[in-house]
Design a protein around this ligand. Structure first.
Ligand SMILES: NC(=O)c1ccc[n+]([C@@H]2O[C@H](COP(=O)([O-])OP(=O)(O)OC[C@H]3O[C@@H](n4cnc5c(N)ncnc54)[C@H](OP(=O)(O)O)[C@@H]3O)[C@@H](O)[C@H]2O)c1
Length: 281
């Protein structure tokens, strides 16, 4: 496949580029400074010049708290940009694969969320990402993932490993539950969905749910540290409170992948061990 990856300097974008390249696809990796997805002329120009079979959109305004104070920026990058990408993909017959988030859900539901559950975002980030899903259009693949970690970019694994090297206890909330997911594993599924040009919404997360506190403990355990250094707190204890509301439960069930008989990412603890080994090796 000839593939254009936008946001190619991001955590997931870089992993998608690596995976596609390793499989022998012809990849154009476009970071923000060469392709601003918020600009219609840039998007139409790039897709028209490259004529990719597939466009993978790794670009997003992912600063969840920053979105609260810059709603225009959030909607420009997370929603309007997807309109441009969908238009360009239609015009030049490319398949669009867009990436979205667990934060489209309120988190009020007790059970994991599947693809046919009703989104109800409580943050500007979540609302702008939901708008982006709608802009992607029926022909696109939309991959919803969550709590993303990988070799590149800031993420919870990096944060915990850094804090572990400093003195004192680590405090993580024990009332937000999600599905830790690993960019390398998500990239594998993205490649398969794109090769199939599969339209529709797919949750793509690693198996196993955890609270932030439990995840931090697993990270320390994987790094050979003492998990008991991590102390549980509640979201209400966070000082100062975060501007954006987070869902208390955003565990995703990969129901569409399962029903379609497609392979799912494995247990998050195994992926975590691989990533920690990568960091230390
Ligand atoms: N990280 C998570 O925990 C998480 C969880 C669920 C879903 N997701 C979704 O997964 C996708 C990838 O996230 P990620 O973790 O890889 O985020 P990331 O590391 O922040 O990567 C996003 C990339 O998009 C770039 N970008 C921002 N505005 C742009 C624009 N106007 N034009 C082109 N590029 C632009 C960013 O560049 P700058 O750095 O220069 O701004 C960055 O390189 C996103 O759709 C995100 O919503 C992420």
């Amino acid at each position: 496949m000839r593939v254009l990856v936008t946001g190619a300097a991001g955590q997931l974008g870089r992993e998608v580029v690596d995976r596609l390249t390793a499989l022998g696809h012809e990849v154009t990796a476009a970071p923000r400074d060469t392709l601003d997805v918020g600009r219609r002329d840039h998007v139409l120009g790039a897709v028209g010049a490259i004529r990719p079979d597939v466009v993978v959109n790794g670009a997003a305004f992912t600063d969840v708290d920053g979105c609260e104070s810059d709603a225009d920026g959030a909607y420009r990058t997370n929603a309007l940009a997807v309109r441009h990408l969908a238009e360009a993909s239609r015009r030049f017959d490319a398949h669009l694969c867009h990436v979205s988030t667990d934060y489209v859900f309120s988190g009020d539901q007790a059970e994991p969320y599947h693809e046919w559950d009703r989104p109800d975002p409580r943050s500007v980030y979540g609302a702008s990402k939901l708008a982006g899903e709608q802009e992607a259009g029926e022909a696109a693949t939309v991959v919803r993932t969550s709590w993303l970690c990988g070799r590149h970019g800031p993420n919870m694994v990096r944060t915990v490993l850094r804090l572990a090297g400093e003195a004192g206890p680590l405090r993580f909330v024990d009332d937000q539950r999600g599905s830790p997911s690993f960019a390398a594993d998500v990239a594998v599924v993205i490649e398969k969905l794109c090769a199939d040009r599969r339209p529709g919404l797919y949750h793509v997360t690693n198996q196993g749910a955890a609270t932030r506190n439990e995840f931090a403990r697993e990270i320390l355990r994987a790094a050979g540290g003492d998990p008991d250094r991590v102390q549980p707190i509640t979201t209400a204890d966070l000082d100062p409170p975060r501007p954006a509301v987070r869902p208390f439960n955003s565990v995703l069930e990969n129901r569409a992948l399962a029903l379609a008989g497609l392979e799912q990412p494995g247990d998050y603890r195994e992926a975590l061990r691989r990533l920690v080994a990568d960091f230390s090796g």
